[in-house]
Design a protein around this ligand. Structure first.
Ligand code: NAD
Length: 427
């Protein structure tokens, strides 16, 4: 969330370049390069010390031609409306590329949960819903967790929505706790989804996972489950990184013979922050946060924030790297993307690689609406099928039309959404 970097401009630039390839007409371009609707509001909260603090909140609904908007809510001190706009647009493409009947939305609150009590966070969740109660809902816009929001936050939001509307609406929100309308497998879904697509990419490149090493940026929900499944396939992660709240900087944790996931989890807080002193004690080399990108590995998995592989940092990537599997949203800038493309790196673009979360959220909606819940294996099995077939459709188009994977994914997604807008008679 660098100040000079505008993620929405980047999302629009990515869209424009594909719109040219697809020869989209002006009205459909105008419609798709901007959100349909945006809500900006204030949430006044009585803090634990008795003072009142006002937090800024947003919800952006980019497009709902293919179904209700869908997308997470971030709590982040540097949240900006342009980040939320970009993320809402990427959600539209994400739902379309995996072919689920949903549109794109995203929300956020400028706040730092590290400095808020549980009661204060609950008040923010309830305040967010009160401001939007008539603009979101099971058939219009369905929120979900994202950075620094959890199943508990979703449950507070659901409770407020149900208090306002009277009745039970489990389909209003996803990422709920299991047993309270949540789906088994949701916690694993995004990280596992990244690895389902990585597994397919490795197959395509004729590389055995057991012969590969990876470096991961971040150690939160997406990173942890991606590492778990990648290790089950036989891969070895030699570096992870995280944000250190006390030092206000990031660190990388290197272990050339492979990190030990369970031991690492024991010294990690609920925000995905690793205790650097304890990590040193158990044999990790603790280095500058950016060094995750410089490791001599076969695979890079950015799974922290947007704007991480940039024109300045892309040159530091080892020539050994063959695949970048984008767990995070928007980790690679167009400038860096060009370099990766020229170098022949196989990039699994964010809105395909990390679509496992929204796909499982869709499964959660389906289960909530039926009030009947599937076993975890069934959820993950269905997720694997969906992710694998989306990956294959994209890679087939990429091969057939000699396109870069990101461009092929955009062509499929934008074409589907443009058709829906056209068929509805909007443009
Ligand atoms: P999280 O809050 O659980 O974890 C984020 C991790 O990134 C933490 O380990 C944090 O310490 C680390 N981090 C933050 N800033 C960093 C920095 N500057 N350098 C290194 N590490 C840093 O978040 P998450 O749910 O794992 O999401 C990670 C990314 O994946 C985000 O871009 C998010 O939008 C995207 N994503 C998440 C989901 C999901 O279901 N959770 C779905 C799709 C996309």
């Amino acid at each position: 969330m660098n100040k000079a970097f505008n993620p929405f401009e980047m999302a629009q630039a990515q869209f424009d370049s594909v719109a040219d390839t697809l020869d989209l007409e002006t009205p459909v371009r105008e419609l798709l390069r901007n959100p349909l609707r945006e809500y900006h509001f204030s949430i006044p909260i009585r803090m634990d010390d008795g003072t009142v603090k006002v937090f800024r909140g947003f919800r952006v609904q980019h497009n709902d031609a293919r179904g209700p908007c869908k997308g997470g809510i971030r709590f982040h001190p540097q949240e900006t409306i342009d980040t939320v706009r970009a993320l809402s647009m990427w959600m539209t493409w994400k739902c379309a590329v995996v072919d689920i009947p949903l549109g794109g939305g995203k929300g956020g609150v400028i706040c730092d949960p590290h400095n808020l009590s549980s009661r204060e966070q609950e008040q923010i969740c309830r305040g967010w819903v009160r401001q939007l109660a008539r603009n979101v809902g099971p058939v219009t816009d369905v929120p979900a967790p994202d950075i620094m929001t959890s199943a508990q936050h979703m449950l507070w939001m659901l409770d407020e929505f149900e208090l306002i509307h009277g009745g039970k609406y489990p389909g209003f929100i996803t990422g709920k706790p299991v047993g309270m309308g949540g789906s088994l497998g949701r916690t694993e879904a995004t990280g596992f989804g990244v690895i389902y697509t990585l597994r397919e990419a490795l197959k395509e490149l004729g590389i055995r996972p057991e012969e590969t090493t990876a470096s991961v940026q971040g150690f939160g929900n997406v990173a942890q489950y991606a590492i778990k499944l990648y290790e089950q396939l036989g891969g070895k992660v030699i570096c992870v990184s995280c944000w250190d709240q006390a030092d206000q900087k990031s660190y990388a944790f290197v272990k050339k013979d492979g990190i030990k996931l369970n031991a690492m989890l024991e010294i990690t807080d609920r925000f995905g922050g690793i205790d650097k002193n304890k990590a040193r004690d158990i044999g990790y080399e603790v280095t500058d946060g950016d060094s995750w990108l410089e490791q001599e590995v076969d695979i890079l998995i950015p799974a922290a924030l947007e704007h991480q592989i940039t024109g300045e940092t892309v040159g530091k990537i080892s020539p050994k790297v063959k695949i970048v599997a984008e767990g995070a949203n928007g980790p690679t800038t167009p400038e860096a993307d060009k370099v990766l493309k020229e170098r022949g790196v196989f990039v699994i673009p964010d809105f395909l690689a990390n679509a496992g979360g929204v796909t499982c959220s869709y499964f959660e909606q389906v289960q909530s609406n039926m009030n009947y819940y599937w076993e975890k294996d069934e959820v993950l099995g269905k997720l694997d099928v969906k992710m694998t077939s989306a990956f294959k459709a994209v890679s087939e188009l990429a091969r057939k039309r000699k396109l870069y994977m990101r461009d092929a994914a955009y062509v499929i997604a934008i074409d589907r959404v443009a058709r829906a807008c056209h068929d509805r008679g909007w443009v």
